[in-house]
Design a protein around this ligand. Sequence first.
Ligand code: NAD
Length: 381
Amino acid sequence: MKIGTPTEVFEGEARVAMTPDSALQLQKLGHECFIQSGAGQKASFTDAAYEEAGVTVLPDAATLFDTVDIVAKVRAPSDDEAKMLKSGQTLISFFNPAGNTELLDLCKDQGATVLAMEMIPRISRAQKMDALSSMANIAGYRAVIEAGNNYGRFFTGQITAAGKVPPAKVLIVGAGVAGLAAIGAATSLGAITYAFDVRPEVAEQVESMGAEFVYLDFEEEQTDGASSGGYASVSSPEFREAQLAKFREIAPEMDIVITTALIPNREAPKLWLEDMIASMKRGSVIVDLAAEKGGNAEGTVPDEKIVTDNGVTIIGYTDFPSRMASQASSLYATNIRHLMTDLTPAKDGVVNQNMEDDVIRSATVTHGGEITFPPPPLKIK
Ligand code: NAD
């Protein structure tokens, strides 16, 4: 099949869904690869590098959409892009099918098959295709780098001839994929790192990465807010009060707070409140990785950096993976390549849209002129 990647049209998006390396792998599956001229430029992949990897460079998006059987993208298509999709053509990209119903309808009406990357089930077999995780890993790491860029002091403690430097204290709220990556980055820079999550089972992971798990003064075992399937649910009012009380107690000591707390299909819980921000030291930094879902910190403005009256910087950027476009593209393109491996079981360049396969079925949100979202429950948990 012919698989091709256009330049991302979403403003500021620097990632690209195919790299020269991923193209080499796709060709081993029997596919022919195409790229729009300049699509990889912001991620440091030149047209020449693609050509060297056997990729055909096409002049514009219209030609690309017209040429290929499978369009691989990062962001959900714009309306104009969706209108270029043809019957029988496949689109693979992030899509947010629950929030993008009109776009879903449009793709269905075009007769295209759409595989939404965020719908890849989070089961062991599909980890190599899990773009939510690969991007969250980057976001967590980059959040620490961004915090450091805005924090006027060292992370690590030092004793120098010019004086003693205390280590920075970093709190990570939410120890999922992004939170664990942030812990890794903060501890490796030498900060004293603390982390909190409503799921107590992550305490061991947090501690194994050299951070201290923040336990609550809560009568019952710290299990409230945890639910099955590895995701959080809404906390009880009592648990939430205990959590906020603990945060209030430690806020004045923290130099950097990175919040990553999310509950599936809900607005992000507000956990770092105005009074906590007001009690933080001048020069402290909050990076709110939940900004896109409304933010964990009060006062977060999505896509902006603000400084409060008491000198606390609150960063609400929502494009952390794009800020590391080269790395993010490599990992995302690898996720797509693994999905293509599942879609091409005979490695003969022929796609088998096997709707009996849990991973393919879950990811497929339109197929055969029908909307196939939401998917049925997984056969294998
Ligand atoms: P997420 O982005 O949905 O949430 C981030 C974190 O916020 C979670 O750890 C959650 O417990 C935490 N949180 C929610 N409410 C909170 C609150 N009030 N206070 C503090 N923390 C709060 O989560 P994620 O990073 O996508 O990962 C969730 C789980 O899924 C993890 O257990 C992870 O290991 C698992 N996972 C499994 C796979 C796989 O098996 N393929 C892949 C990715 C993730």
